[in-house]
Design a protein around this ligand. Structure first.
Ligand code: TYM
Length: 331
């Protein structure tokens, strides 16, 4: 591969939301032509939380279909399941030996998830960022397009890479996070102070990228705003309206100026309707393609198989290098 490498992924939990789309996938689509991109379904990561096996298998495949339906192209990029490439966990083990427990205990996501799943604080939850570091470092990744919530995981990935490189001579490319200027954190439609989460138990808080138009329109109509009547970008004092402006501008291609000019004093109802319509319009072709793809499971599995083979070839090269450097006997 000659071009710089991009790596990113999504855990198959809950639903792929418009937050994931705006914060991550829309940037992946932009990068696809200029970089060698690898996009994984992080299906080992999501095992840190209990999953119902039959549902989990279906959801992971559905997420894979959604990747393709969004426009990720398996002829340009590598699309695959993390669990199909055993090198991820192999590298994770070695990187575990270069990561300190204290570093993992300090991770915000670990602390949040440990509080949320107090009855299941398993080793995987603590070790989650090391698997993510392995995902990224395995492919000599330069750039990792993610939302702002993954920034800390990127920082620890860089620390681990630098630590290893300093001990054994340059082995891993030290990656950088690629975080969009706007939309790096899309907020809940019900609690605009909180991130829109793919596993929010309140269905009105988030919108799936394959949701029915009626349901999307209802959710925007119900979105929490404020007691004023003016549409103006002011995230501190008007978090609900500002979040909707980000969604409308990212999904409908309107600038903030334009939004303020057109909807500024028309009242919230017509603004919210416009947001819903822009989202429905943007998602329409994705939903259609998704429905078609889900009727062809064999095609999806073939794309995944081909993706895993390509990924494995790159992963093996890194593993050979890593094993040699740490002093394992060659095969
Ligand atoms: P995950 O599955 O939670 O989220 C997938 C991507 O969506 C971004 N994102 C958001 N962006 C804007 N607004 C939001 N409300 C929002 N919610 C989520 C996330 O930042 C992410 O980019 N650990 C990762 C998956 C992963 C990964 C990797 C990512 C596994 N291995 C290697 C990059 C590189 C995760 O749980 O993302």
């Amino acid at each position: 591969m000659d071009k710089k490498i991009i790596y990113s992924g999504i855990q198959p939990t809950g639903i792929i939301t418009i937050g994931n789309y705006i914060g991550a996938i829309s940037n992946w689509l932009k990068l696809q032509d200029d970089y060698d991109c690898i996009f994984g379904i992080a299906d080992l990561h999501a095992l840190t939380v209990r999953q119902v096996p039959a549902e989990y298998r279906k959801r992971a495949l559905s997420f894979f279909a959604q990747y393709i339906a969004c426009g990720l192209d398996h002829e340009k990029s590598i699309l695959y399941f993390q669990s199909h490439v055993a090198e991820h966990t192999e590298l994770q083990w070695i990187l575990n030996c270069f990561t300190y427990i204290g570093e993992m205990q300090r991770m915000t996501q670990f602390k949040d998830k440990a509080a949320k799943h107090a009855d299941n604080i398993n080793m995987g939850l603590l070790d989650y960022p090391v698997l993510m570091a392995a995902d990224i470092l395995l492919y000599q990744t330069s750039l990792v397009p993610v939302g702002i919530d993954q920034k800390q995981h990127l920082e620890i990935t860089r620390d681990i890479a630098v630590r290893f490189n300093n001990l054994y001579s340059p082995t891993f490319t030290v990656p950088e996070a690629y975080i969009g200027e706007r939309g790096a954190k899309v907020f809940s439609l019900q609690q605009p102070g909180q991130k829109m989460s793919k596993s929010d138990p309140d269905p009105n808080a988030s919108v799936s990228i394959i949701e029915e138009p009626d349901s999307i329109m209802k959710k925007f109509a119900r979105a929490v705003t404020d007691s004023e009547t003016v549409v103006r970008y002011d995230p501190e004092n008007k978090p609900g309206i500002s979040n909707l402006m980000v969604i409308l501008s990212e999904m409908g291609g309107m600038s903030f100026d334009e939004i303020e000019r057109v909807y500024g004093d028309k009242g919230y109802a017509s603004f919210k309707k416009a947001c819903g319509e822009a989202v429905v319009e943007r998602l329409k072709p994705i939903k259609e393609e998704y429905d078609r793809l889900m009727g062809d499971k064999e095609y999806l599995l073939n794309v995944a198989k081909e993706g895993a083979e390509k990924a494995r070839r790159i992963a093996r090269r890194t593993m050979q290098k890593v094993k040699r450097k740490v002093g394992l006997v060659e095969q």
